[in-house]
Design a protein around this ligand. Structure first.
Ligand SMILES: [Ca+2]
Length: 303
């Protein structure tokens, strides 16, 4: 049993390496550096293990972890909201969820800020979580059981202290059975004047014009990858915003694997809308918008 779990983890880590590498090829040099740093340790620990993917049991829970934050950069004194989303993509319940998040140097966890919710399909319900335990910079969240296709969302806040300037701003979260999820927060004094805000939406475009009209619902929990390797997740209305993004040319890519049953909607008005990536020019202190139109892949009755 133990070796099976190890193989499962190895398989997931290898998959993570493949996915990260694919993403890095498409993204900027900065993203490539970020991604390679992240995966080197993961593959290094498991490189001696050879796993056969066909040996994986369909009766194991499969957990996919995403980590996002409400801002890409911060300075001492700021409060940052992190969000962990752990989805059970397997066919059986995952019991005794133990989710550990290692905070970067200088970020102080606020235990009273923790909020939990469960997402099934497009419905999200608040749940009360057992009080997390802390050990140095490690924060551990637990939850009894996650059904197939359910996602456990954990939202919490940290305060950036002056010590954070000496750290790298990366934090890494993992459930024992999941991939490693990370988020990099740029921490510098006085950086914020160089930053802007990204906003956008992911929605069902019924008339393929690239705009969201009444009756075209937003899509929650959609994932957008940024060019620095970070992720953004849409809220219950399909909206997202990311504050304190470094100005310049920024690329966001919709992760279609986060939207089972949807594909990119064709855009009959603007050919550049027919891409899952958006390039925007973000000015210091400015705001830029990235909208993504999707359509049910097999007809609306599948919703
Ligand atoms: Ca439309």
């Amino acid at each position: 049993m133990k070796s099976l779990i190890q193989q499962l983890e190895t398989h997931k880590l290898l998959l993570n390496v493949i996915l990260t590498t694919l993403f890095a090829v498409k993204a900027s040099l900065v993203a490539a550096q970020t991604a390679i740093t992240n995966t080197a340790s993961a593959s290094g620990e498991n490189v001696s293990t050879t796993s056969n993917p066909t040996s994986l049991s369909a009766n194991q829970p499969e957990l996919q972890l995403l980590k996002t934050a409400d801002r890409a950069a911060a300075e001492p004194g700021d409060t940052v909201i992190y969000r962990l989303s752990l989805r059970n993509t397997g066919a059986v319940p995952a019991r005794n969820i133990t989710l550990t998040d290692k905070l970067p140097l200088g970020l102080r966890f606020l235990p009273d800020s923790v909020q939990g919710s469960l997402t099934s399909g497009t419905t999200t319900t608040p749940v009360s979580l057992p009080r997390p335990t802390t050990d140095g910079r490690n924060v551990t969240f637990t939850y009894p059981e996650l059904a197939p296709n359910q996602a456990l969302n954990v939202i919490y806040a940290v305060v950036v202290t002056p010590d954070a300037i000496r750290g790298e701003g990366r934090n890494v979260a993992q459930e024992n059975r999941s991939n490693i999820a990370s988020f990099v927060l740029r921490i510098q004094p006085g950086i914020l004047s160089d930053c802007g805000t990204l906003v956008g939406r992911v929605f069902v475009d019924k008339n393929f014009d690239g705009e969201q009209q009444p009756g075209e619902p937003g899509v929650p929990n959609a994932v957008i990858f940024m060019d620095d390797g970070n992720r953004i997740t849409t809220d219950a209305n399909g909206l997202f915003s990311l504050a304190n993004v470094i100005a310049g040319n920024r690329v966001g890519t919709l992760d279609l694997t986060s939207l089972p049953g949807y594909s990119l909607a064709p855009n009959v008005k603007f050919i550049e809308g027919n891409s899952q990536s958006r390039l925007v020019r973000l000015e210091p202190g400015g705001m830029a918008r990235m909208n993504f139109a999707v359509t049910p892949a097999y007809g609306e009755e599948q919703l």
